[in-house]
Structures are given as C-alpha cells and as structure tokens.
Design a protein around this ligand. Sequence first.
Ligand code: HSE
Length: 436
Amino acid sequence: MEPVKVGLLGLGTVGCGTVDVLRRNAREIARRAGRGIEVVAAAARDPGRPRPCDTRGIRLTDDARVVVEDPEVEIVVELIGGDTLTRELVLRAIELGKHVVTANKALIALHGNEIFAQAQERGVMVAFEAAVAGGIPIIKAIREGLAGNTILWLAGIINGTGNFILTEMRDKGRSFEDVLAEAQRLGYAEADPTFDVEGIDAAHKLTILASIAFGIPLQFKKVYTEGISGITQEDVAYAGELGYRIKHLGIARRSNGAVELRVHPTLIPQRRLIANVDGVMNAVLVTGDAVGPTLYYGAGAGADPTASAVVADLVDVVRVMTTDPGNRVPHLAFQPDAITDLPIRSMDDVETAYYLRLRAIDRPGVLADVTRILGDLEVSIEAILQKEPEPGARDVPIVLLTHRTIERRMNTAIREIEALPTITAPVRRIRVESLQ
Ligand code: HSE
C-alpha cells in the first residue's frame, strides 16, 4: 500500500523532531499504522536555512498555503504556533477534506469549538495530543482510557518552562531571567515567553483538559490565570521550611454543578509525587470516580517528546481514515450534541488554603491584629512563622498558613491586613492544595 502523504507547516524544533522520528522509526510506525507515513512537503519561514533534520525528498516552500493546497497532501500537520494564520490554514485544510494534526494549544483553546464543528461537518479528524503536556499521552488517557469514569478533578504541571524555572530557583538559587534564557535556548519556551511565565500557555492547556474531562465547551477566557513571575527565592525557601514545594498548577474541578478553572502558583506538600516533578518535566493528576487518582508523567516540551505525540496522532489518523466518521472517537471526548455548558465558578467562590507572607514592624500586638482580622472572617490559621529581621531592616517577614476558606473572604482579609499601619509591604498570597 502507498504511504500516506503528509504536509508539514513549520520546520522549527517540533517540525524537525517530527521529520526525525518519522524517519528513525519508519518501520515500527508502518507496522502500527498499516501503511508508511511520509512527509512530502513542508513550509518553513526560511527554507534555505540549514536545519538539524534531514529534509531530503521533502518539497520545501516558505508559503504554508502551498502545502495546504498541495493535492498530494492528505494530512496537514500544523506546527507553526499562534492562532491567526493557523486558524485560517487549518480551516482551509478541513474545507479541502484533509485531516489535521496540530501541536497548537492556543489554536485549540481559542478556536477549537469552531474548528471541531467544521471538521465534524466535513468528516475529517483534527488531532491535538501534542498540544498538552508534550510527550505525555494525556489527551488519549482522559478521552479514551478513563471513558468509564466521571472525572472529578485534575491538576497538572503543564508548562515545562515554568517548572524548569521554579526547579532551578529552588535547587540552584539561579535567577529567574537566567533560567528563562536557558529554556529559550533549549527550545522549550514559547515564541513569546510571557506565555510561559504569566500562565497563558498553561491556561490554554487547562482549557483543553477541562473540556475533554467534563464534556464542556472550550472556554479559555474563563480560566483564572496567574503566572510565576512574582515568586521570589524567599517564598521558595519558606515553602520548603513548611514542608511544601511551589509548583505552577492548572486545576480543573467539578463540584456542585459548576467547574473551577484556575492556573496559579500552588504550595503542594512535598511528599506528594507531583511535588517532585522537576525541570522541564510535566505531570497531570486525574481523579475519576471509579479509578481514583491517576498520575501521568513525562517530558512536557522539546523536539522528540513533542514529536512523539504528533506521530502518535498521525498513526491514529492513518488507522481510521477510511472508517465512517460517525464511528470515530469524538474530538472533545464527548459526542458533540452531548457537550454541556456547565457554569464556570467565579474565583471569588473557590475554596482553597493559603500561604501568606507579610512584612510587619516588629512590635507587640502586630501579630494579634493580623490574627484578629483572620479570626473575625472565620479564617483558621494552621501555622505561623516569624523570621529573623534582615540586617538593618526595621520590619520582619511573617509567614502564615491558613486552613481552607473562600477566596472572597481571603481577599477581604488581605485588604484589611494591608491597611494596618504596621504592615509595610503588600501581602504575598500563594494558594495551597493538598491534592488528596
Ligand atoms: N512552552 C511550552 C512549555 C512548550 O514550556 O511547556 C510546550 O507546550
């Protein structure tokens, strides 16, 4: 049988990784797919530039539209990134009746509802395993492996760059900027690295995970998003003293008829497996009512790991290209007419525990004022740590851990604490999750 012909949009880190993996594992891939898979055309910004992958036999162009329109191309693999041109290219590929594989989380999170509706109508597949957690087959695990469960909640370290930065800050005391520059050099970071450090990339991925876990539409705009750029060495060290690690988590939880969608730095007890996921590695903890907690771990970024997911999608597409579209696994795990628009809980109504770091003048009664504010709002304190003043400083750091409370109440408490004349700096708040 003739190999299936693929057109690649983008020959950067992941594009070259995909070419490499397809060549290196050609025989195994054909044994699995039932046919060979061959890249015949590729679009790259500068086609003449030397690349780390072997592009012999691939027609190169600088115009992605040429690849999409190429009559020989049966599957379009989109690895360009961004959500404007790619939306146009993917919708055109669908219109032409071509299947699509993409690693583009922004595209799926922002335009997935439209893209899947069109793909459904045209009877083509749009596969996106590589969009979330790089090489970890988390989409397939939730969509297919856990299909017997009601998913209760999931929490994941889903941005490799952010995890790499937090790990290096903790282990080596390196500066934020220095580690970020290294992540960029290694090809982990987004084209715009604020997407990594401000949580946008994780929010794109969480949008996708929540949709396939709960059968809800993709709704990126409703994700509460906070990045890691405000995390200091001090916080990392104090968290350690209290028996916690700071991780940047995406959390989706269903309870009482609503869904929480939130991305923020989080203190996790250091004995949890997920608290020990370091460097560029990702991990997603998914809890189903039948299976209980399950944990998926692997490389969240990089050429070969992401290519692993892209190629797995290609194999999936090739296996079912000739089947009746009505009998394929639905794009978003649930049948399109069974997607339910559950309300997304406002962050004000989310319940969690908190780490608070204050700076206060060291004089009698200061702590009493702080604990009175928390007590009046029925926020219960779990631990308090007063640190030594730094040489020459007139104020001291105080660290508090609270029990679970509603975010709205904590906002009021923080406002009142900051208004005390003895408090000398804004309160640093980091949410705490036990993940049990
Ligand atoms: N910038 C992303 C990360 C790449 O660091 O996780 C993978 O999506």
